[in-house]
Design a protein around this ligand. Structure first.
Ligand SMILES: C[S@@+](CC[C@H](N)C(=O)[O-])C[C@H]1O[C@@H](n2cnc3c(N)ncnc32)[C@H](O)[C@@H]1O
Length: 239
């Protein structure tokens, strides 16, 4: 294994999904491993606030060294951004010294998660494992008490940042869809859903499981506007 100091066994990096907001949605495995690592790392915004850490807070041991990485704070931030290199370097220093590091990730680490960019940078240098988390489409469908898909229905999961042609192609091929990262893109997404016959009965979940949670019918969401941290659930023949 490259990357470790001579004579030192490298630490293991564990990407831990902490679920979409409700601290009771961490898995037993996530909680067990959080209590067994030497260092906590997590993405944070420019002010140092970390949603992933806040979700996991009730389960964290006091006094653990923490590294807050200003990484996943800008919607659409390119994976080549130097912040990811800087974050990966800080994590690598702990791993090289033999310390196990948990990287907390909101939702699931490999589903639009910032852990992906850490994995890309460090995955071939250090022992690595991933603990899946409850992803937001599942959690938001549960909150809205709406089926995502049933039987042989295909499901499209799309970022609202996709261009119109991509939205149209994907939405026209399915009977059910989840659109993530809404924010200012909602009106454009609503128009695409309408073209695909999926707008009727669509629901937007804002900050599911978090302070400020709201579950809105699409027309109301369009009037009020929604933040980036919201997703839309749509299906033909909504139940
Ligand atoms: C960068 S992605 C992270 C996805 C996350 N890794 C997951 O497994 O759900 C951020 C997007 O996930 C969605 N999202 C994540 N958590 C959410 C929540 N609690 N309520 C509503 N949408 C959420 C929103 O669409 C948001 O723009």
């Amino acid at each position: 294994m490259s990357g470790s100091q001579p004579g030192t066994r490298p630490g293991t990096l564990t990407g831990i999904g902490v679920g979409p907001g409700d601290p009771e949605l961490l898995t037993l495995k996530a909680v067990r491993l959080l209590n067994a690592v030497d260092v906590l790392a997590y993405p944070a915004n420019q002010d140092g606030d970390s949603l992933a850490r806040a979700i996991a807070a009730p389960h964290l041991l006091a006094g653990l060294p923490e590294i807050s990485l200003p990484m996943a704070f800008k919607p659409g931030q390119s994976p080549e951004h130097p912040a990811y290199d800087k974050g990966a370097k800080a994590i690598a220093e702990h791993l090289e010294a033999g310390r196990d590091v948990a990287f907390l990730c909101e939702g699931d680490p490999l589903f639009y998660g910032s852990f992906i960019y850490v994995l890309e940078r460090l995955g071939n240098r250090f022992p690595m494992r991933v603990v899946p988390g409850v992803a937001s489409p599942m959690a938001c469908a549960a909150l809205a008490q709406r089926p995502l898909v049933a039987g042989d229905e295909p499901l499209a999961i799309l970022p609202a940042t996709a261009d119109d042609a991509t939205l149209d192609t994907a939405l026209s091929a399915v009977r059910a869809a989840v659109v993530m990262k809404l924010g200012r893109h909602l009106p454009r997404v609503a128009a695409a859903l309408k073209r695909a016959g999926l707008a009727e009965g669509a629901t937007v979940v804002v900050r599911g499981g978090l302070e400020g949670e709201r579950i809105l019918p699409l027309p109301q969401a369009l009037v009020e506007g929604v933040p980036y941290f919201s997703l839309l659930l749509a299906r033909k023949d909504p139940l």
